[in-house]
Design a protein. Sequence first.
Length: 185
Amino acid sequence: MFRQAQEWGIGRQRPYNPPDPPIKRKPMSDNPTDKPEIIIDSDWKQQAQKEKERLAEQAEKAAPAGHGAKPGDPNRPIEFLDLVQSLASQALLYLGAIPDPETGRAIVAPEMAKMSIDMLGVLEEKTRGNLTDEESNALTSILRELRFQFVEVNKAIAKAVEEGKIKPQGGSTDSPVIDPTQKPE
């Protein structure tokens, strides 16, 4: 018997649902054109406003530090231009524009620089029409500058190899990768 009562839901406690806030209504007049006016209890309004303010404060605390964050802030979200700058920095490193942080010497590896530049080119192609004007202009100008530097570095390498000042790594004249530890002869 007890089992049947449980199956039917008899004797279960139901959760408490508080009543809706009290609504006061003005008595209707005899005039049919008058519309009833709903007056909401002012205490309830104050409670709702306090709850709204509390939720807004929680949202501010929980929101990521997006646009207002400083560029060096490690807690700010990574954005598209951060990816572009990372790939551009790699290309500049391999073009010899940025010294190696460990040795302090320039690394000249045009094949590696070309790979970073090509990745930026793929990004430009695949994101065309989906970027903000700022992102699009930055990507275009960075790519233009990197491509120009890539051509200039390759011209300088070819001239240095031709003059015998440096030898390509591996002894082959086909490989443009230069050993940065190699001293000119």
